[in-house]
Design a protein around this ligand. Structure first.
Ligand code: GAL
Length: 454
């Protein structure tokens, strides 16, 4: 448990957990983030449109509380030449981020902003590397409740031997150092041996032990420096790590922040959602209260996802105890989309105060268990909650399938037990079921049941 800022930066056991005051960060964050909807085209009117819409649609009442302005709020001239403070773009945010924060707080909502642990943000605005204390104070003075902290444009003194795999030894669009992944000059104390990095895909979680102590790497260090700067403020600030899963943040994120991105960016394509689901399905054991895998923000309302695909995306993200950050123009959501986002059973599971562990796959289905496959990721999921056992069966096929949730396979259920099933999408009581539940599941849809005793 970490409660103070007085911590040795280098030697935190990964098992420690960052527990903030007032139980902030204990549960996954619920809210809205500007990035998936607007990218860099963000300003106060759009942020306030979202904030007001959270209230008007009932999403605030359903639990969504953080209003997060992502990248590109900054002034393109950079820091103040005298104070070195970060400066907002006053055309976009005429009363500064503090002014916007006050308006958001007046609606009873919480405020999140973004920075990067490099010299620039991904959008090439000033980053926080080297200015962590000043920036944490500035954010705190501006009334911030949540910081999303990115990983772009890391300075050479913070390079580990190899940050990612790519045959092009230049910088990629995110300012990452690419290059061959053989560590020719291991830095004593950072690697336990001279290691060849076997992963060449940002999204491949390098599960087997590869000899790298990720907790000791510079990436983890950079994120701990900002953690300590935030902890030194007289304000509780939830800390959301966004290093795209490159240095296995699930191994050190728990001691560092309240959540950690596990993959590179999501988009509104169905295949991308499946890829991310596949990666995240292996990481459930790392998450619990105060530390959440973050498979990236929601795409409900964006692109051409079908209602079934949106249901699967939401149900599985909620059950994996992901932060649930809406990433669209809320005023344009259709009623079926709003119904998905406001699903009371899934939100209750995600926000359960008694059971912190996410749901996990109990069977992969098409593939043998533990197969890493983005086309057919794990299909059978279950998790415990205060209100009962939540079970999901996901159909990745393009045609309707009859799928059976077999009680004997589900952890915590009695093989021949009788359980009352509630259909989570309709709220309908399906009656008492013995041994299994069988349903037709539409293409790309997920059937979700809450099982309680009969
Ligand atoms: C990416 C990050 C996105 C968004 C973007 C802003 O690195 O993964 O979620 O924050 O930067 O430039």
């Amino acid at each position: 448990m970490i409660r103070t800022a007085a911590l040795a930066l280098a030697a935190l056991p990964a098992a420690w957990t960052l527990e903030l005051a007032d139980q902030a960060g204990k549960l996954p964050a619920l809210g809205w983030n500007s990035w998936n909807a607007y990218g860099c085209d963000i300003d106060e009117p759009r942020v306030m449109l979202a904030a007001n819409a959270l209230v008007d649609t009932g999403l605030k009442g359903a639990g969504y509380e953080y209003v997060i302005t992502d990248d590109c709020w900054q002034n393109s001239e950079g820091r103040d030449p005298i104070t070195s403070q970060l400066r907002p773009n006053l055309t976009k945010f005429p009363t500064g981020l503090q002014g916007t924060a006050e308006k958001i707080h007046d609606l009873g909502l919480k405020v999140g902003y973004y920075s990067s642990s490099g010299s620039m943000t991904c959008g090439r605005y000033a980053g926080s590397l080297g200015y962590e204390k000043l920036d944490a104070k500035t954010f705190s003075d501006w009334g911030m409740d949540y910081l999303k902290y990115d990983n772009c444009f890391v300075e050479p003194e913070y390079f580990d031997d190899c940050l990612s795999c790519n045959s092009d030894p230049s910088f990629d669009s995110k300012g990452m150092k690419n290059g061959s992944c053989t560590s020719a000059t291991p830095q004593t104390g950072y690697y336990s041996f001279n290691v060849t990095f076997p992963f060449c895909n940002l999204d491949y979680p390098n599960f087997p032990s590869d000899g790298v102590n990720y907790t000791q790497k510079y990436t983890a260090l950079r994120f701990r420096i900002m953690r300590d700067a935030l902890l030194a403020q007289n304000r509780t600030i939830v800390y959301s790590l966004c290093e795209w899963g490159v240095d296995q943040p699930w191994r050190w994120g728990n001691a560092t922040g309240s959540s950690w991105r596990t993959t590179n960016d999501i988009n509104s394509g169905w295949s991308r959602i499946l890829q991310i689901l596949n990666v995240n399905s292996f990481l459930g054991d790392y998450a619990d209260f105060y530390g959440h895998n973050d498979p990236d923000m929601l795409e409900i309302g964006n692109g051409n996802l079908t209602v079934e695909e949106q249901r699967s995306h939401f149900a599985l993200w909620a059950m994996m105890k992901s932060p649930l950050l809406i990433g669209t123009d809320i005023t344009k959501l259709t009623q079926p989309e709003l119904n998905i986002l406001e699903n009371k059973y899934l939100i209750a599971f995600n926000q359960d105060g008694t059971f912190g562990k996410p749901a996990k796959p109990y069977k992969w289905g098409t593939n043998p268990d533990y197969t890493f496959n983005s086309t057919f990721p794990a299909q059978y999921w279950a998790g415990q909650s205060d209100k009962g056992t939540m079970v999901a069966t996901f159909n990745p096929y393009n045609d309707t399938k009859t799928m059976t949730a077999q009680f004997s396979e589900i952890p915590g259920l009695k093989a021949r037990g009788r359980y009352r099933a509630t259909d989570v999408w309709t709220g309908k009581d399906m009656g008492c079921k013995r041994g299994s539940i069988k349903t037709k599941v539409e293409p790309h849809d997920t059937a979700v049941y809450l099982l309680t005793s009969c």
